[in-house]
Design a protein around this ligand. Structure first.
Ligand SMILES: NC(=O)c1ccc[n+]([C@@H]2O[C@H](COP(=O)([O-])OP(=O)(O)OC[C@H]3O[C@@H](n4cnc5c(N)ncnc54)[C@H](OP(=O)(O)O)[C@@H]3O)[C@@H](O)[C@H]2O)c1
Length: 293
């Protein structure tokens, strides 16, 4: 089958980068947009050379039409349960109906496969969709990239340049955390979309770095002395996050409420990649930690 990649969420941060990487590889890209998509982002996609395809996501026939002739669907959708489970299921059903052989869901996260349900709401939705995908007659590949590296610039407790502090939990000061830039994630995803032999899960990281290493890196590269802070046990962190979620139900309608951000941090200290698939494709220049702090 000839390559034709359908990117859902093409107007998004990650989605447009995936489109760009595919175009660089001279692969035809169909970018799904909808009525309310930002016109400037749509124009930017057109200028890249993306074949922009407007659909009503609630119209099954239109979605099947969008999937016709497609060799791989890549979803970079972002949203709440209605998007991650609802819209992605519609897209999956349309892909199966149109005979698309491969599907890459919008996981792009820490490897949630070994995480218990209840510790990260946004991952629980991905787990729910994972089950549907695993039962569908289509070859599925999830890409786990850990955290996007740009979060190191947001003064999260793990790396707070304002307070010059670096947090860790339990005895995990030496625990390696997976980070991948959005550009590296997009470059790898574009290659995976063209690879018919991908396994169910691929794990990548631009770099893996521990709180201890962040301390010495910030001293060496920035001449700054950061304080390493033990924030207690993982058990109490999990309990705290659950209590915060229960106390702030308005966050259920938000993508990144405070307690969800804390759940991401918890996940970063709970699971990490033991083996990376970084070398699966040649020519990806993985961004080093020094460029991201
Ligand atoms: N690992 C990490 O640290 C990390 C961090 C951030 C994001 N991510 C993940 O990366 C993926 C992409 O995220 P992003 O930040 O690139 O997202 P984004 O910039 O917010 O883009 C979201 C995309 O989804 C589309 N979309 C949103 N709601 C929709 C709906 N109801 N129906 C149809 N399309 C809808 C948007 O289309 P319109 O333009 O039409 O609205 C847009 O194209 C997600 O899986 C996200 O969870 C991972």
């Amino acid at each position: 089958m000839k390559n034709l990649i359908l990117v859902a969420g093409a107007t998004g941060n990650l989605g447009q980068r995936i489109c760009r990487e595919l175009i660089k590889l001279n692969v035809p890209v169909r970018g799904l947009i909808r009525e309310g998509s930002n016109p400037e982002k749509v124009t930017a996609l057109e200028q890249l050379g993306v074949d922009v395809f407007k659909v009503n996501l609630y119209n099954e026939q239109e979605l099947v039409g969008a999937c016709n002739g497609v060799s791989c669907v890549v979803s970079a959708l972002a949203g709440l349960h209605d998007v991650i489970v609802g819209t992605q299921t519609k897209l999956l059903n349309a892909a199966v109906s149109a005979g698309v052989p491969r599907f890459i869901p919008s996981d792009f996260s820490t490897d949630f496969t070994t995480m218990p349900v209840g510790d990260n709401r946004n991952f629980d939705w991905r787990k729910e969709f994972e089950e549907k995908l695993n039962n569908a007659p289509i070859q599925a590949t999830s890409i786990f990239n850990g955290a996007f590296a740009d979060i190191l610039r947001y003064n999260i407790p793990l790396y707070n340049t304002k307070e010059k502090s670096i947090a860790y939990y339990d005895n995990k000061a030496g625990w390696k955390i997976d980070f991948t830039t959005m550009d590296d994630t997009a470059a790898f995803t574009a290659r995976a979309a063209l690879d018919n032999t991908t396994p169910r899960y691929l794990r990548i990281a631009s770099f893996q770095v521990s709180p201890d290493e962040l301390i010495s890196l910030s001293q060496k590269n920035k001449g700054s002395n950061f304080q390493l802070i033990n924030k207690g046990s993982m058990e109490s962190f999990s309990a705290y996050n659950k209590a915060q979620r229960a106390a702030n139900p308005e966050g259920e309608n938000q993508l990144y409420p405070k307690w969800q951000q804390a759940q991401y941090l918890y996940s970063m200290f709970l699971v990490h990649h033991l083996k990376l698939n970084n070398n699966r494709y040649e020519g990806i220049n993985w961004s080093p930690v020094e460029h991201n702090i």
